[in-house]
Ligand binder design. Sequence first.
Ligand code: DX5
Ligand code: ZN
Length: 216
Amino acid sequence: MQHMIAPSILNADFLKLGEVISMLNASEADLIHLDIMDGMFVPNLSFGFPIIEQINAKAEKPLDVHLMTASPERYLERYRDSGADILTVHYEACEDLAKTLDNIASLGMKPSVSIKPGTDVAVLEPFLEKLYMILIMTVEPGYGGQSFMEVSWDRVRTLRSMIDRAGSGTLIEVDGGIGKQNLAELRNAGVNVFVIGTSIFRADNPAEMISELKGM
Ligand code: DX5
Ligand code: ZN
């Protein structure tokens, strides 16, 4: 399977959001990654439903919505109505993960879970058959522009063998500190989907950078 690129707009210019989405529509991006932060689960705030809805109205690619929020189960239907295609909740934020994943699927979204760098990947084994995707955070969630954490290499490899053993077909996504410097090696370790913020939006030509990352 060819790897997918999911640009994170967190550090894009929000005064030019329309142009950013048009650029992504015309680019080789596979998904559009939206980071939702509530100032509780992570020490930062980002944006919410009205912005997701406006992006959805213009986006021609599936929305990959990453919830860094406490009690994400409270708003599943609203994320669906706002346009989420893939919905990622954090393992650390869910009281009943199995039920939350079932609810996401029954609302017609693709269920995904994320784990912070300090959470053991083995905790996800019982949920594999319900999971479209697993997002391994490769930085502490909360901010764009951080450095990739080296501890992630082992975590990706462990998860890849766990998924292959189970035969679940669950995709592996990574998020934080990704760019040309580490993409190919991560893909070789078994990653399928790459969330990339700073490396794309700080590039002189973001669309060209997406194309380079896709072609690696
Ligand atoms: C961090 C977010 C990321 C972030 C990635 O909490 O989940 O999606 O925007 O940004 P970079 O690529 O700058 O690390
Ligand atoms: Zn993210």
